[in-house]
Design a protein around this ligand. Sequence first.
Ligand code: BGC
Ligand code: BGC
Length: 889
Amino acid sequence: MFQAKLHSIWPSRFTARPPQAPQAPRRRGAALVFMLGMWTLICRGEGMPQVIHPSAWPALPAAVPRDAKVEAFVDQLLRAMTLEEKVGQLVQADIASVTPEDLRNYHLGSILAGGNAAPGGNVRSSAASWLDLTDAYYRASVGGPSPAHAAIPIIFGVDAVHGHARIPGATVFPQNVGLGATHDPALIERIGRATAEEVAATGIDWTFAPTVAVVRDPRWGRSYESYSEDPQLVARYAHAMVTGLQGRVGTADFMSPGHTLVSVKHFLGDGSTIDGRDQFDSRVDESTLRDVHGAGYPAALSAGALIVMASYNGWQGTKMHANQALLTQVLKQRWSFPGFVVGDWNAQEEIPGCTKYSCPAALAAGLDMYMAPDSWKTLYANLLQQARSGQVEASRIDDAARRVLRVKVLAGQFGKPAPKDRTTRGGLAVIGSAAHRAIAREAVRKSLVLLKNNRSLLPLDPHTHVLVAGAGADDIGMQCGGWTIDWQGDHNTNADFPGGTSIYAGIRAAAEQAGGTATLDVDGNFQQRPDAAIVVFGETPYAEFEGDREHLDYSALDAHPLQILRRLRAAGIPVVSIFLSGRPLWINPELNASDAFVAAWLPGSEGGGIADLLFRPHNAGVLPTAGGAPPHGIATDFSGRLAFSWPATAMPVSYQPGGSVRGALFKRGYGLSLATHTTLAQFQEDPQVPPAQDTLFAAGHVTAPQSIYISDRTAQVRLTMQSQASPEATVTAVLRKHDLEATWSGAGRGELRIGGRAADYSAAAARGMTLRLHLRVDAPPTQPVRLGLRCEAPYGPPRTAAAALPRDWSMCGRSGGAMLDVSRRLKPATRGVWQTLEVPLACLAGKDADLAHVNAPFAIATDGALALSFDDIRLTAATAPPDCASAAP
Ligand code: BGC
Ligand code: BGC
């Protein structure tokens, strides 16, 4: 929510005042940052950035043969197009920032709906309103065509990453992490096909899937988007998913109605970043990058993938959006990729010398379409000017436009009517259809991995009485995880999933059908003693960096389920645990406290698939149907096998050069079946991680899932490399081995923050919690410096711009007072001396801050020049009662 909400609460500063276009890139500041970054790398002993050797990457033939008619049509278009039109094709805007009307003036190549964008800003919009929306954009894009050439339709993209999961009532398939455990590429292809049908029914042409990340550190918040740690399995799935979504390459099925374009993502190395931090740098060597992390791409391309999405992450110090060797020499040249490279959400802004509004370097490196959600208008103007001035080569513009147009032709875009006139099979009725839900339910069954089944507790006798407990028991939102209804997926209720089934509902149906009973009590209390208890618990939803973690200790996140398990166990009740998670987590205590344990991943909307395997068939003799889907309620057996090593401690397993894995409790491939009668002994219960810290930042390290942000009047940027400047280079942050150096240029307002998902700090404030910094003044302030917190509007229906914002440069709260002036503590006399600064949260609350929705528990800002170094920033128990007067002199 953090990014999204910042856009919405700061419009007066951050969206209403984009830099005047065209704008010269901030070369000097950026070059300085780059040099600082290099210097830091060298100081850290990491040497010069390594380079890619394209000739060491295999040469591959094109899977989509060049079609002379297609090329001739594209040539003809290009000859007739103006420079403005060509540049427009290279830009993608988000529906929250572009109207259909805009498309009459700007001939953009594409429109997307980002994770929080939806018709009218309402993420709970119906499929019919999505269709109205796509129809309106489409018609505007082809309205008033140029007399010189055929009208060029837009392509509309969305993150349908586990089904068309943004739409209430759609079929939500298990997240990729669960699909990996099915080891069933044919099933993946069917899921792709079903997803494409639901997406196409709403007039959407393109999904930003599949993710082919090969995750090697599940602390990464996007681990659930990955099929496996195994490159071969990811490769097989990449081929299958692309085939399902786009149709079979080389046949009439390819891109026929009911299919969608793909984005194979994120190219390259997204699953290999340091400490599993989202968007950070990857330091693996070139052959690991190619053979492990790159394995999905040749497979996806051989299935005819027409679009690849560049990644946010860097490799050895170079951001992927600027990596010419990979984007151009490897992907386009060695691998004969005929399609186009789309960028990720404003990812161009993280390249030295770029802002989200201007980044010729990305185009030069091989990016063909900028994902410029809110920045599109200025970026377009800048790109046009750079094309006119020759700063970007005309041949590169032509090549990029050619690639975009080629994809549009191959996708049949020029022959399609407007979305509402398209006759995709079944119209909107395919959304959440029984046939699609059956595929999802089959996928759920096949993804379940039975980790433990002592004394063969499973299958349960369905005639008996079961108690169903745990926060995940009756929560479809929790089953679905992130990228569901909205970006984070953390505000969903069962009402958001019409037609969906919670795990409890599935269990109850199965039990009742057999003459047994199932009762629900989230806390595991009961009046009538159950014959067995099923406890459903696990991670709550997250997406992207908000899901990053320092370690994999599940109980540290939530100790309550373990208490329930132990209490039931102590009462002599046999316990089955159903664990919902986006990754393998360290759960030894929970395993020990359970008789049977099922890893259910994030199964999606068809929770009934879980009950399918828990109970002994009550009407033996009914056999699975020929299609492989047994009638519901009929147990077959657990066939899911781990696609990720399961960790023995709360730190990730390590991958050895020869392919072996160290530190696994259960190896990849593990999984019991009902027929195997294995008894697991108790496992050790020490997570083997350093004791939890209350730091936000210490020893050169920001604590996950928090991130460091730098912002100025135009935009904010997340620090994902050694150094980062705000767009106007007003404030620059450099991460060093032991500390964080922040420099304000004095050219305008700049802010440094540490934040993440909004949380409620009011109880902590009441307990006396204090924000404590250990810092050194390197250059004293020339203007007042303010320190405090930043808050965001509570989750809810979109507010009007006027209602959403604080009017001034304040931190939290309705008045300007939540921000404390700390200038006096940073006087010239303190230069060079490490000092501690404390601000009790209660002092901010007293100043009218909204402590219930803090998204940045630390922020410091000034309009003047200033240089500070921080080596420790934490929220901690106060050493003395709050003294607001001295905190804010
Ligand atoms: C997501 C978008 C989302 C946005 C919110 C991005 O990182 O990928 O889809 O809407 O953040 O600001
Ligand atoms: C994510 C992509 C996603 C895009 C559009 C980005 O933040 O990294 O995976 O496709 O936003 O929502």
